[in-house]
Design a protein around this ligand. Sequence first.
Ligand SMILES: [Zn+2]
Length: 81
Amino acid sequence: MRQFGKDGKTLLAVRCNGCGRSMKVENGVLKEGCFLGRQDFGYFSTMDGQRHSFDLCEECYREMAKAFTIPVEMEDITELL
Ligand SMILES: [Zn+2]
């Protein structure tokens, strides 16, 4: 869950939706690994017209991914954000 300033752009806080922990944010920048899940459900969905979004800290992300039958696809990246 993300909170933004009055300008709607400046990141103020991020809390993990899984465990509720506040993640480290400094000067509008998230300073730790975070999984942002976001999906707009469309016409063929039973949730048509809904946008779901959540943030997970790395620990909660690992726990979620461990429950998958098919493992997460991983590849090395050279350009980091
Ligand atoms: Zn968490």
